[in-house]
Every structure is written in C-alpha cells, then in structure tokens.
Write a protein that binds this ligand. Sequence first.
Ligand code: ADP
Ligand code: MG
Length: 702
Amino acid sequence: MDKINIEEIFATNVFTRSVMEQYLPKDAYREVIHVMEHGGELSRETANVVAQGMKNWAVEKGATHYTHWFQPLTGFTAEKHDSFISHPDADGKMMMEFSGKELIKGESDGSSFPSGGLRATFEARGYTAWDITSPAFVREDATGTILCIPTAFCSYKGEALDKKTPLLRSVQALNEQALRIVRLFGNTTSSRVTPCVGAEQEYFIIDREKYLKRYDLIYSGRTLFGANAPKGQEMSDHYYGSIRERIGSFMKDVNIELWKLGVTAKTQHNEVAPAQHELAPIYETVNVAVDHNQLIMETLRKVAERHNLTCLLHEKPFHGINGSGKHNNWSLTTDDGINMLDPGDTPNANIQFLLVLACIIKAVDTHADLLRQSASDVGNDLRLGADEAPPAIVSIFLGDQLDDVVRQLVETGEAKHLKNNEILATGVDTLPDLLIDPTDRNRTSPFAFTGNKFEFRMVGSADSIGDPNVILNTIVAESFCEAADILEAADNFDLACHDLIKEYLAKHQRIIFNGNGYSPEWVKEAARRGLPNLPTMLDAIDTLTTPKAIGLFEKFNIFTQAELESRKEVLYETYSKTLNIEANCMVEMASKQIIPAGFLYMKDLAGAVKLANNVGVSDRAARNILKEVTELLENLEDAIEALKKALSEAQNVKGNKEKAFTYRDSVKVCMDRLREPADRLETITDKSIWPFPTYEDLLFEV
Ligand code: ADP
Ligand code: MG
C-alpha cells in the first residue's frame, strides 16, 4: 500500500502564508498580512505584485486557468474559468498574464444567478472581489489544474448577491462588539475576536450505476418513490461500524484531496442509517470554515464519481431511515487564543463566561425565528421534527450543571454550589468555579452547549453553513452591544454585571430546555412558553423582514432592507422550482416506468390465471394479486392526473410567495398521494420487472 505522509501533503495546493513569503517580495508580503489581519484594501501596485507571485506559484503547480470562486444564493459554489493565455506577440510567442486587477476584481456577468430582483437585467453585471481572509488554492481534477480565488459576489451597486458578503460583514460586527466585552473585563491584549466553526458533514454513498438508473436521484437528489427495505437502521449495526473496503478507499482519497487543499479532515465514521457516513474537520475561523465546507461537499461528490460511487448530500434521500444534517459547532476566540465560551478557571473568567452565556441566551431567545430560518431549505423540511433531527422549535440545552447554576442565579441572585454536591470556595461571593462537563449531551436539542462551544444542530446537509453563521454572529453582536452600552456606563461594574446577568437569564430562561426535544409534550410546552414554532421552510421566510429583523440587520450593516427582500424572493422561488422539478419527475417516473411495469406484471398474472383454468388448478392466488395490482394501477392513474392538475394550477399562480404556498399545500400533498400506491405496487410486483433499483439494492449492496 502507498504510504501517505500527511505532513508532506498538507496544504500543498494552498497559497499559504509561508508560500506567500516565498513568492512575494517582503513589502508586498507584509502588506498582505496586514490587510488579512486588520482589513482594508491592497494598493494597486501590491495587488499586481501579489498577482504575479500567485500566478508563478500556480503555474509551477501546473495551473492553466484561474477562477474567482464564489457562493451565489443557489447555495453551491460557482466559477468561471479564464486561462492565463494572452495575445501572442509578433513572433507568435505567448505571455502568460494575470494582473492585480484580475486578481482583486472580476467582472462576472452571472446574470442568471438568483438575485431576487436586485438586478434589473440592464445592470445585470455583477462583480466578484477577492476575499483576502480565505487563502487561494489550486484544484486538480479532470478540467486540469485551476487557481481558485475565494471571492465575494456583489451587484454593481455593491449589494450582496452571495453568501460570503454578509458573512464577512457579520464577522466584523461581532468582532467590534466582542472586543468591547473583553475590554470590560480588563483584557487589553487581544486585538480581534473571531467566531470559529467546525462543521460535521453527513452524507450517503451509493453505487453510481444504480444511481444512474433512477431519475428521481438524478433530478432531485432524493428518492421520490421507494418502499422500505426489510431492514432499516433498527439494529444500529451500521453506526460506527467497520468501514467497508469500497467506502474506505473512497474515504482515503477524499482525505488526501482535502488535506492537499488545506482542509483538516479529522474524523470519519459510519452514521446511523445504512450507507450513511460523516466527515468532520478541525474547527477554524468561520469564513474559512464556510469555504472549506463547500470544498468538502465538492470533494465528496467528485471523488465518489471517480470510485464509481455517488455521494448524496440531500437532507432526506430515503424515506423511513435517518436523513443527513450538519452540526455547526461555534465558539468565539480572540487572536491570542482565548475562547470566550470557555468557562475558564478564575472567578473573573467565570463572570465573563456567565455574561457571554447570558448574552447568547438572550440573543437566541430574541431571534429564535431567524435562527430557525437560517437552517431551512427545501430538503430540511423532510427532516426537522421527524424524530431524527431536532424539532423546528429552537431551544437551548445547557446540561444539568450549568442549568442548575442558571436557576440559582435567577432565583437568588447567587450561585453557591455546583450540582455535583461540592460547595465551592471561590474568590467571589456570588459565583462558583465552573467546571463544565463536556460529555453532558442531549442529542435532541437544536442548540446545545458542549463544554466550550455551542453546537447548532438544525442545519441541513446540503446547505451552506454561511446563513446560520451570519445569524449567529449578528444576533450575538447585538446582545454584546446592548450589554456593553449598559456596562460601560455603569458606576459599579461588578454590581452592574451581576445584575445584568441575572436580568438576562430571568427574562430569557424560557428558551432553555434540557428535556427530550423529540417528544410531542415539548411542542405543547414550547407553545405555552411562547416560543416560535415554524414547522416548514415557508413558515420561516418572512421572519427575515419583520421590523425586529430589519432593525437588527441594518444596525450592524449586515443586510439592507432591499437585500433582505431579495433574499426572500429567492427563497420562495427556490421552493417552487424544487417542488416543480420533483413533481414533474414523479409524473414521468410513474407514467413511463411504474405503470408500464404494472401492466407487464398484470399480463403475467392474467396469463397465470388463464393457465390455472386451463389445467384445472386453483387460480385464487393469481386472481387476488391481479385484482390488487389492477386496483393500485387505477389509484396510480388517478393520482397522476391529480398531480398534473395541481401542478398546472400552481404554475399559473402569480407572486412568488403565493406560488410557493400553493406548491406546499397542493402539489406536495398530491405528490405524497402518488407515492403511496406506487410504493405498495413495488412490494407486490415481480422484482425482475421493477423498472429501477429499490431501497434494498441502493442501501445494502454498495
Ligand atoms: P461530536 O460528533 O461528538 O459532536 P466531532 O468530533 O464529530 O464531535 O465534531 C466536533 C466538531 O466540533 C469538530 O469539527 C471540532 O473541531 C469542533 N470543535 C471542537 N472545539 C471547538 C470550538 N472550541 N469551537 C468550534 N468548534 C469546535
Ligand atoms: Mg460527530
């Protein structure tokens, strides 16, 4: 077996700081680092120098093209390749070209990307701008070697058309407010506070030949038909099970690709459902983590194909077994390595921690609706609240010990002891030393404190983690800002801080829930507490433009109202378009594959009845099955007609929002009705006639 040396291959395809140091003159290098760390823009001269250095490095790696790699509102990444080629000179010799202008700003027509009306077509051009805080890299695949420059994508007037621009804005807002908090506690040394994120990615792997035989998987990434296999995930034998050779060799190649791209692929294991797996990198600054999660998804897809496998990132590829999600682990770290979510071991650190905790609790309670919205996409509707993923109701899990501390603080204004019975002597009379047990887990909670970070578990597996982190950063920035306004003006800081913690906890403790989030009682209890329950993606979209949300986003310059309105339009449109594709696909599969298979089987059965009569044996079995098949075919035919009718009505509805709701309330209902007889027919039809691979074939024969 080939030896793999991680140290040698790690980040070999990344334009890292040390590569920059090697390829750039000292002054240019220094300017780049300064802009990376403190913001601002590169001078035109430096940009030219950096472009030269980057090009030289990439060309040595074999690159022929460069691309501005960006993240439009589709949730995927987009790229347009330009080769380094230029006009040959009089002798026909070619000079490779790449200027600072091309590095920093790219004109990208991109007028077909969703913009929700932000760009009228006459000013359709958008531009992409280099995000210097995320390193450039070269990507090797069948296209060759391409230099990829992570970029933001904006309209000509500067309105955000992507997922990165608001994220960068939110990182800046949170940095400013978090610094005010650490300063209040006497920290004069940290100069930046950055959110750090580690995103665990779940996915399914199936055989590619079989995948190509199913139009539903090809068009919508999930099965729209399919009876359950005799076995599902009930034995838990797949979870953490030993990894099969074929999957193992795929994982090995994924890791190598990711390591080369500087992605710290760390853990891999089999997940709960058959054919389901997980990959987690080590956490890093949020901006890079978002880009790297895109690279992880892209790499999983590409490498799977090379192994004649297909990676399904959809949130619910198969009915009846678990779907896939993404756990977004989030913390706040200073540039000198202090994690603000770490309880710490001095009383002073404890108080800061409790203030940060109280602020986060307040933020999540105040904006639970926005957080829920940020984790919604069409696929995630099939998963949230379905006993396999957190409910659509946002709540916070703190664990027994911290929960008890919060209760003591709310009830008496003091927290004198920890739940594990010890009375703790601390330097301060109001607070115990905190030693949080990180193993305290509640898998049913959407937002759980896990030792020194919060784990947001609602995010869908196919979705970008950009949106949830924009919301987290922004709502916490708002809380910090309000707390800092009060505490900076206080005469007695200790007293004011103590009172503020108590006030926030008392006011917002309704969002804390340590019980079973999957239980129906919780839905009732949450309603009693007044927590928002937004069961589907469509229910959550308008939360983006409530006066509360507009106030929040405008205050911290994350989104203008126009940008929010445009995002809403895109979301409604996406919903309708996705369902339209799924419904059309169902009609096609049912009419052209399932019904003909049913007829074939009918013919066989009718032949069997005749034969039985001819030879004078009982025709009972054949007759009964024939009757059932015929009935199911009638049901199917009716259901196809009903779905077609619902579809054409929905297609004619005016207005993005109205249309989306029609798809949900009418088309989707008809889709479910069509699936039922089809799946029943599958369970009684001769397997050799069934027109496409079944769940058994897909899930258990990889
Ligand atoms: P589990 O499945 O038990 O939740 P994993 O090891 O699969 O744990 O994933 C945990 C994720 O959380 C990893 O990506 C890890 O790097 C990340 N993580 C750990 N500490 C922090 C932190 N302080 N801030 C953000 N993410 C963190
Ligand atoms: Mg994990």
